[in-house]
Design a binder for this molecule. Structure first.
Ligand code: ATP
Length: 228
C-alpha cells in the first residue's frame, strides 16, 4: 500500500525556488534512499514533508493531504524525523528525552534501549554528556518513541566514528526486518545506503530525475547524479 505520495512538489525559500517537481512514492515497510549531490533539494523535500517549509503539489500520507496540516500535527500523523544535526533536549536525561517524545504504540523505552543498548546504559545521563554517536542514537530513539509509520533520517551518520556508524546501520537493518515502518534515508555513504535500501529516488536541481529499485542504480547513474 502506498504510504507517502509526492507528485510535482515545488517549494521556495523566499524568492529562491529550491524544488521544481519532486516525485516520490513510498510503501509501508520499504526503505527508500533519497539521493543527489549537495544542494539538490533533499533536505528541502524533507522539510516539505514535515511542513516546515511551504510547498505546492501533491503531498499525501496514507490518504491524508499533509498540506492542510501545521508542522506540529505532522508527527501526530505518523512522521518521525531525525533531523540533520540531531537535536535532543541537552539538559534532560536520556530517559527523559525518550519519554518526552512518547506516543501510544509498540515503541517503548524498553524496546528503544533494546535496539540501542548504549542508551539503556546511559539512561540517567544528561543528553549533553553523550558522545555524538550516542546523541544520534537518542535522536533516532526519540523518533521511534513517536511510533512513526514513516521514519526520516537526514544524514544520520554524518561525522560519526566508523564503529558508531556501523551500530546505526545495523539498527536500520533490524528496523527493516522486524517492523513495518517505512524509512526515508539521506546519507553520504552510498555503500551502506545501497545495502539497506529497497528503492532510490534521485534529485537534481530540485527535480526527481530517476527513481526505481536500488539494485538498478548503476555505476553510470550514480556517477552522473550522485558524483561517485
Ligand atoms: P545537502 O546535502 O547539501 O544538504 P540537499 O540536497 O539537502 O543538500 P537542500 O538543503 O534541500 O539540498 O537545498 C536545496 C537548495 O535550496 C539549494 O540551492 C540551497 O542552497 C537552497 N537552500 C537550502 N536551505 C536554504 C535556506 N534556508 N535559505 C535559502 N536557500 C536555501
Amino acid at each position: 500500500m502506498t504510504l507517502l505520495r509526492i507528485e510535482n512538489l515545488s517549494a521556495s525559500y523566499g524568492v529562491s525556488q529550491a524544488l521544481f517537481g519532486v516525485d516520490l512514492q513510498m510503501r509501508q515497510g520499504e526503505v527508500t534512499a533519497l539521493m543527489g549531490r549537495n544542494g539538490m533539494g533533499k533536505t528541502t523535500t524533507v522539510k516539505a514533508i514535515c511542513r516546515t517549509i511551504r510547498s505546492e503539489g501533491t503531498l499525501v500520507l496514507d490518504g491524508q493531504d499533509l498540506h492542510v496540516l501545521a508542522s506540529h500535527k505532522v508527527a501526530r500523523k505518523g512522521v518521525g524525523l531525525v533531523p540533520e544535526g540531531r537535536r535532543c533536549f541537552a539538559d534532560l536525561t536520556v530517559r527523559e528525552n525518550l519519554i518526552a517524545a512518547a506516543r501510544p504504540g509498540d515503541w517503548t523505552l524498553r524496546r528503544v534501549t533494546e535496539l540501542f543498548p548504549r542508551l539503556g546504559e546511559r539512561q540517567g545521563q544528561r543528553a549533553a554528556s553523550l558522545s555524538g554517536g550516542e546523541q544520534q542514537m537518542l535522536a533516532i530513539g526519540r523518533a521511534l518513541m513517536t511510533n512513526p509509520r514513516l521514519l526520516i533520517l537526514d544524514e544520520a551518520t554524518e561525522g560519526l566514528a566508523p564503529i558508531v556508524r556501523q551500530e546505526i546501520w545495523a539498527a536500520l537493518h533490524r528496523l527493516k526486518q522486524e517492523t513495518n515502518v517505512a524509512i526515508l534515508l539521506i546519507d553520504k555513504s552510498l555503500k551502506e545506503l545501497a545495502g539497506v535500501s529497497d528503492k532510490a529516488v534521485i534529485l537534481e536541481r530540485g527535480r526527481t530525475v530517476w527513481s526505481g529499485v536500488m539494485a538498478d542504480v548503476t555505476q553510470d547513474i550514480s556517477e552522473r547524479y550522485v558524483g561517485v
